[in-house]
Ligand binder design. Structure first.
Ligand code: C5P
Length: 211
């Protein structure tokens, strides 16, 4: 099993890169994991308390569970990933997503390269590098349209946690990347390179130690 990790700041285009690679390889051949689904659950807190949490610090994620699921997949077992609901800052109590073992696993998220234990499980490490102004513009649209946020709350959160955590943890994790893809989903060449490399693994033309 080959595990590809795709990191990058909020709004960088990580998901678009992952989805584009999956489209080129064929959906059935890849298991896709979003680190966002592994946000720690805060359903015991009220909404006011939940909205004040720092969701951009590496500790916001339940990486132990994520690593346990990757190990299960490596053993050929299915895993039940939690599903996260951003509109209420909590894990769904009714829904899980079944992850099936596959030759290729793509995991994308803010901190897939900043956590040492998670990083050690990755065979190909990718960082999607997009300018901060582009990222915040995308985030404003997405958070208003899909996550039920106001411009005031986005402004406040960006300055108090998103930007400082990006500078402290996410940007420095770029040094661990094997491949840096500037401008994410718009970078056809970068996506093509990653897809070709992954295809070579699928056809057996390329071997990775331990994969
Ligand atoms: O998809 P993206 O990588 O942008 O998702 C991560 C972002 O989601 C983080 O920057 C974090 O601020 C935000 N988030 C949030 N509310 C939550 C959980 C995460 O705004 N309850």
């Amino acid at each position: 099993m080959l595990i590809i990790g795709i990191a990058g700041g909020t709004g960088s285009g990580k998901t678009t890169v992952a989805r584009s690679v999956i489209d080129r390889l064929g959906t059935g051949k890849v298991t896709f994991i979003s680190q966002d689904n592994y946000y720690k659950d805060h359903s015991h807190l009220n909404m006011e308390e939940r909205s004040l949490i720092n969701y951009d610090h590496p500790f916001a994620f339940d990486n132990e569970l994520l690593i346990a699921h990757l190990k299960e997949l490596k053993q050929g077992l299915a895993a039940q990933a939690p599903v996260y609901d951003f509109t209420v800052h909590a894990r769904s109590t009714t829904e899980t997503e079944e992850l099936l073992p596959n030759n290729i696993v793509i995991i994308e998220g803010l901190h897939v390269l900043s956590d040492e234990h998670l990083r050690d499980m990755l065979d190909i490490k990718v960082f999607v590098d997009t300018d901060p102004d582009v990222r915040i513009l995308r985030r404003v649209l997405r958070d208003i349209e899909e996550r039920g946020r106001t411009i005031q709350s986005i402004h406040q959160q960006y300055l108090t946690t998103v930007k400082p955590m990006h500078e402290a943890f996410i940007e420095p994790s770029k040094k661990y990347a094997d491949l840096i893809i500037p401008e994410g989903g718009e970078n056809e060449v970068g996506i093509h390179l990653l897809s070709v490399l992954t295809e070579k693994y699928l056809t057996g033309d390329q071997q990775w130690s331990g994969a």
